[in-house]
Every structure is written in C-alpha cells, then in structure tokens.
Design a protein. Sequence first.
Length: 245
Amino acid sequence: MIAAAGWGLTRGGCGVHTVTPQDARAEGGTDDKAGAGRRVDCAEVKCIALTFDAGPGKDTPRLLDILKEKKVPATFFLLGSKHVDRYPKVVKRIADEGHEVANHTWTHRILTDLDESEVREELSRTQDAVEKITGRRPTLMRPPQGRTDGAVSDVSKELGLAQILWSITAKDYSTTDSALIRKRVLEQAHGDGIILLHDIYDGTVPAVPSIIDELKRRGFTFVTVPELLAPGAAEPGAVYRPEKD
C-alpha cells in the first residue's frame, strides 16, 4: 500500500522551510512578460490544483476521460517501476492532453532513509523514463509520504526538480468508499490548495467527477501546479506547500 503521510519531515525531526503558492507568485513579480500565456491568474481567482500520485494505473485512462470531459487540468506525480514502464502510452496521453507530468520516484522508497546516491537513482530513473516517452524531463517531484530533508533538497536541485507537497488529502489509500473520499476533499478545500489523490486505488477515480462538479459550483478554478505558482516558477530544490485556511 502506498500511503501519503507526513509533512516534510527530516531525519532529525526538524521541519524544512516551505514556500506557499502566494509567496511564489509574489516572487514572480508583476511583469506582464512573466505571466504571458497564462490561462488563469490565481492572484485574481480562487484556484485549486488537483494532483494524482503513484500512477499511472489501470484506472488512469478513465480518469483522463473524466478530466477531458470536464475540461480540468491536473498534475500527475508518476511512479516509475511497474507504472511508467508498464503504461507508457498512458504517460504519453497524460502529456499530450496538457496535464503536468511530474516525478514520484522510481520505487516509492522514503527518500530521507537513503543516501544521496540512492536518492539520485530514485529520481533520475523516473526522469529518464518520462523523458524517453514524452520528450520532456519533469520539473516537479513529490517525495513519498512528503518526507524530505536537506540532502533530498540538494539532489532535487541538482536534477532540476522542485518539491511539491499538499494541503488537502482524502487518505484514499485507506478506503474504497468514494463518497467518503469526496467528503474528505470537500471538507478541506480552500483557495490555493493542492489536492492529493491516488489514481491507483479503486475508490478514487469514481469520486473525481462529483468532486470537480462541487468545487466548480463553489467557484474554484482548477489549475496545474505550475499555473498555481505563476508568474512565479518552481525553483529546483525548494519545497512548496499551501497553507490551509
């Protein structure tokens, strides 16, 4: 079972400095060129980012159908072994349909338990596999269980990867109840939030249509993680996490 728990913990138990989407946008400045081509301005509208970890899996094509039908972009933090290498056509489809393709390591090892060479291997193998399929190396990664530290940050910076955490989770690894998954997401939803779901669990994809519909009804605009940070850009090595309301 792949669980998402923890908030940027280190070996020593000290927190890692995190950057909020608001801070990232402020650092991007107000230059029109910096925001050129942006689909939405999250400083002006209530944005939320839908993200999926540890896929692709058997249900990911159905999820992509839902996102296409509802015109919602998402960010996919892909797992290498038994996922990217098993479903290359799905990985290509994710990229081709305009979603953000990101890195969730090769085998989901807890990066803070590894030495730097092992961290590099976990991330670089997925970088290489995604680039081979899509022609583009990811610029974002999510550490398993959100666990990071200075060494992980150093390797991430070296590989050109910003670290993206989350503020909304349904803990869908612990239930197949789609109604409960929906309830948990909606109870936590907030502006500039990042939703963490997993497209590999049976209850998750069936919950997505009603989550999208209700959040749209509440006035949220769905964006990818890079859109949430724009006109700022995710800085390699840095750790990004929204603040809950």
